[in-house]
Design a protein around this ligand. Structure first.
Ligand SMILES: N[C@@H](CCC(=O)N[C@@H](CS)C(=O)NCC(=O)O)C(=O)O
Length: 215
């Protein structure tokens, strides 16, 4: 059964796409034009009452929230493609710990930077240097913890690439690219090596190539 992904070439859907690529799961992309507010239609709201992409439909099963979706597929197809959860309960515990860190510590300041720097003008948000500075400082403190962690293990949850690393790819890419904050990664030796490693995975390159056709 081919999985349907309702999405657009934006970061949260890309988190799901890179997971499907790592797990070698076939999918069909159903493009939702956010600029035309296709995510506000009654049909869409039946699937996702909060008006966000991505959503997946797997047979008659529907799921939204990108991190819930990647956890679902990592577990459902545990032995197919890349094992993204670790081999033991303890490894999986660490994967989940770092997934939470991504969602609650890394994502919020990066999201503010992205909103201010990348999407601000497009959505009529006035850029505030104070907000940019505060979030850059907050992110710096988070990345210092990452630097320490990654000086002890190659990836966040241990010496294996996992969902925890993968979850950072979409917003990490915006941070180093359009936001112009690459130096925050580069000035931390172990974070920099980790970023170079995870962002050069074939799965991520494949997703970026596929998304170019949708832009
Ligand atoms: N927590 C949600 C967030 C999803 C989200 O913010 N998606 C954006 C695209 S990257 C969206 O649909 N935005 C529509 C809007 O803001 O109206 C998830 O992880 O799936």
């Amino acid at each position: 059964m081919v999985v349907k992904v309702y999405g657009a070439p934006f970061p949260h859907p890309k988190r799901v796409l890179v997971c499907l690529a790592e797990k070698e799961i076939e999918f069909e992309m159903i493009f939702v034009d956010l600029f035309k507010q296709e995510h506000h239609t009654p049909k869409f709201l039946k699937l996702q009452p909060f008006r966000y992409v991505p959503i997946i439909q797997d047979g008659d099963y529907t799921l939204y929230e990108s991190r819930a979706i990647i956890r679902y597929y990592a577990k459902k197809y545990r032995s197919q493609g890349t094992d993204l959860l670790g081999k033991t309960m303890e490894e999986e515990g660490l994967v989940n710990q770092w997934l939470e860190v991504e969602a609650t510590r890394f994502h919020p300041p990066v999201f503010h930077l992205v909103t201010q720097i990348m999407f601000g003008p497009e959505f009529g948000i006035e850029r505030s240097e104070k907000v940019v500075k505060e979030n850059e400082e907050a992110l710096g403190k988070v990345l210092d913890v990452y630097e320490d962690r990654l000086s002890k293990s190659k990836y966040l949850a241990g010496d294996f690439f996992s969902l925890a690393d993968l979850a950072h790819l979409p917003f990490g890419e915006n941070l180093v690219g359009p936001c112009g904050k690459e130096y925050m990664i580069k000035e931390r030796k172990h974070v920099s090596a980790w970023w170079d490693d995870i962002s050069s995975r074939p799965s991520w390159k494949k997703v970026n190539e596929a998304c170019k056709t949708l832009e």
